[in-house]
Each structure stands twice: as structure tokens, then as C-alpha cells.
Design a protein around this ligand. Sequence first.
Ligand SMILES: Cc1cc2nc3c(=O)[nH]c(=O)nc-3n(C[C@H](O)[C@H](O)[C@H](O)COP(=O)(O)OP(=O)(O)OC[C@H]3O[C@@H](n4cnc5c(N)ncnc54)[C@H](O)[C@@H]3O)c2cc1C
Length: 455
Amino acid sequence: MTVALALFTRDLRVHDNPMLAAAASGADQVVPLFVLDEAILGSDYHRPNRAQFLAQSLADLDASLRERGAGLVVRRGRPVDEVTRLAADVGADVVHVSGDVSAHARRRQEALAKRLAADGRSLEVHGDTLFVVPPGDITPAGGDHMAVFTPYHRRWEKHPVRALAPTPRRLAMPRVTKGRVPPYADLCSGAPSPQVAEGGESRGRTLLTRWLSSGIPAYADTHDAVADDATSRLSPYLHFGCLSPLEIVRRAHEKPSQGAEDFVRQIAWRDFHAQVLAARPDATRNDYRPRGDRWHCSSEELAAWREGRTGYPIVDAGMRQLAREGWMHNRARLITAHFLCKTLYVDWRLGAAHFIDLLVDGDVANNTMNWQWCAGTGTDSRFNRTYNVTAQARRHDPRGAYVRRYVEELADVDEAYVHEPWLLPEDEFAALGYPEPIVDQDVARDRLRKGRAAG
Ligand SMILES: Cc1cc2nc3c(=O)[nH]c(=O)nc-3n(C[C@H](O)[C@H](O)[C@H](O)COP(=O)(O)OP(=O)(O)OC[C@H]3O[C@@H](n4cnc5c(N)ncnc54)[C@H](O)[C@@H]3O)c2cc1C
């Protein structure tokens, strides 16, 4: 009787999961395992919104595994210790895990491979679970990663991909103490955002089916319209691996449209950032392309930005959406991040840390590399690009509906003034109780020019 251990990490699903499929087909019995990693639970990365989503996703995964005759074994501690101990207890020769890109995941993988080998067991890493095209599969001549998205995307579109992995129908599992699938209260003490997305593969698959049948065709025209909420909102399900990116791409291609094409291109951005981080793990802290910045450090301006009271309605709406939902529309992420780095000229690391505190899809590769892109220290070739936030607001929220939804002080303001309420008669503006702009954006933007010239 052979036994394999299926170590779940950021791949919390039973559909199209090559890691689980290989464990199921390669042995008579499978032990599905999730280890609550003490290092992550004690880190800045462990925050209520993602902890709640994780707890819900683990419960859903456990239910799916039970339907198939198994169930999720949960341990808490150092993954390398817990996995080697359990592998020895159940007599598993092979441990299967999905390959990931963060420095933490890669260290864990290397340490695990060594410890298992010392015990006469092996680790099988499945690099194609979390990405459509695994990091390292597309490289330039003489380099280890692609630094520009457009040529990467051209090759990504043509890159051969694997067949979808079969979903196990039955899983035989040896007798083992399962441990408790943790409720949220076991993971985290803070309160999650009031309207954060519900976790789990089942919920993700329902949203995906709905998105593919009714949302995707209009994506090409509406993905930047912040008030329409017309993007997929699949990002947290992709972050936790509740959905397979390859399955999403395949299903999106089944009904060709410009919307489907544009949507799939966004999924390629995810792979692009993963392969940058895999090659440059220090990019979570260090500028990918240093520009000699001498950041302007104003704790007051940073606090106003975080709390959504900069006096620029579109920025404040984005920041308040983040606080309320643990998620922000991509166009609003671009506007708020540009505003912090390019207008206030505050270090991108401070903005990225705030996003990681709240985003339910908060992801080391995508958050860091998008922040660096906005700051001009990343892969954007127009690194001094600046946005006029009021012009952005007029373009992407022409009627002010997005601002009115999230900034309650402006809920009843006429659309002619909603993006520039300071133009209202003085007494009417004062009666709103909404702040004046914390800086004149044209004057403030000069900080970037001077700061970069000095550096
Ligand atoms: C400053 C900043 C920080 C960000 N931080 C994160 C983060 O921590 N985690 C995260 O998943 N995304 C991040 N993004 C990218 C993007 O904003 C979100 O992926 C997107 O808003 C999620 O909403 P959606 O699922 O409706 O996206 P859709 O428009 O429906 O796109 C589909 C999928 O494509 C991927 N995607 C889309 N845009 C990007 C992008 N620019 N980079 C990488 N992948 C992308 C996501 O997985 C997304 O779910 C960030 C963007 C910015 C500008």
C-alpha cells in the first residue's frame, strides 16, 4: 500500500490541481495536508481580511475532500517539521507541493526537499499549479526573466500549456488524526472589513461561471469604469488558488470576444509579475530599477491618504473602498498609488504595506510589482508618468457615482462639483464637512522632479 502526502499551500482547490491529481494517481492512499505556518501567522502579512478568506477556503476544501472520501488534515507549526513528521507517521514516500515564487515559499521548498531526502523520501514540486506559464519558462536570450510586459505577453500567448488536471472522484486516505480546520477566531483577532469577499473554491466557481456568461463580453469597454464594478473580482480566488488560472483562461477562450481577450491579457500580468519576483526576490523591498529617489516623508500626508481624507474625492473613494471591502478597483489602485508616489512623493513601500494590510487579494508579487510600476521604479518604461487625479476622475467616473458611493460627505453633491467640491460656494463646501485638498497637486508634483533630479 503506497501513501502520498498532498501539501496544500496557495492552491486550495480540487479542480485542475496538478499537485492533488499527481498525489492521487501516484499512490494508493493520499493524505491532504495544510500547515498553518507559524512564521506567516506571526508576520505583517497575516491580516484579518485574508485570514477570514483563508479560514473559509480551508473549510470549503475540507468539505470537497470529505465528499471524495478523505478530508483535510490540519497542523500548526513549522511546515518542514510538521510535514516530515506526518510523512513518517503515515509512511508516505512522496510529498507533493505546488511551486511558488516568494522567497519564503522557496526557502520552505528547499528545506523540505532536504529534510525529506534525509529520511529517504522525496518532494515533487508542481510548478504549473499556480500559473498559466510557470516562472522561468519564458526567458530572454542570456537572461533569467522578462523585464518588459509586451514582448513577454506575445510569447505567453503562444506558449504551450498542459492539459487540465483531472478532478479526483474518490480519495482513499489512511487513518490519521485530522486536526481542526480552523475557524477565523483561531487565526486572527482583528475585525475583517465589513464587506470582504467570501472565500472558497465553491464560491469562486460560482462567480467564475457567472462572470464568463454575463460579465466578460463587456470587459473591453467597461473595465476602467470604476462605478460600473465591471471586472471579474476573481483576484482573491486566484491569490489563494481557489481557482486555476489555466482553467479560467481556457474557459474564457471558449467564447471568443474582445472582452475575453483583454481579460486573459490581465491574467498574463499575474504570470509576468511572478516571473519577475522569482528572479528578483529582493524586489519586495528594493527598487527593481533605482531612480535615486529622495522620498518626501510626511506622516500627516500618509495618514490622510490611508484614511481617505486627502480632499481629492477619487483618491478618497478608492481608499475607502479598500477599507470597506478589502478590495479596490484596478483603476482606483492605479490612481491612489500614483497619487501617493508621484504627487505626494511618498515611498512606495509605505503604500504597499498599507495595501497588504487590507487587500483580500494581497499578493507579494502583484502588490509589490504593481506598486513599483506606479512609482516608476518597476517595469514601466515611462517611469516619470504622472496622473492628474481630477482628469482621471472625470474620465473614469464621469457622473461621480463611484465617489458618491464611497465618500458619504459627497453623496448628494451635484455631478458638476463631485470631483472638485472646493469649487462650490465657500459656505456650501464648509457644510459638507469634507477636507480641502491636502496639497495643490501641480505644486506637489514638483517634488518628484526635484527629488529625482537631486538623487
Ligand atoms: C498599486 C496596485 C497594487 C495591486 N496589488 C495587487 C495584489 O496585491 N494582488 C492582486 O491580485 N492584484 C493586485 N493588483 C492588480 C489589480 O489591481 C488586481 O488584480 C485587480 O484589480 C483585481 O480585480 P479583478 O479580479 O476584478 O480583476 P480583473 O480585471 O477581472 O482581472 C482578472 C485577473 O487578472 C489579474 N490581474 C489584473 N490586473 C493585474 C495586474 N495589474 N497585475 C497582476 N495581475 C493582474 C488578477 O489576478 C485579476 O483577478 C494591484 C494593482 C495596483 C495598481
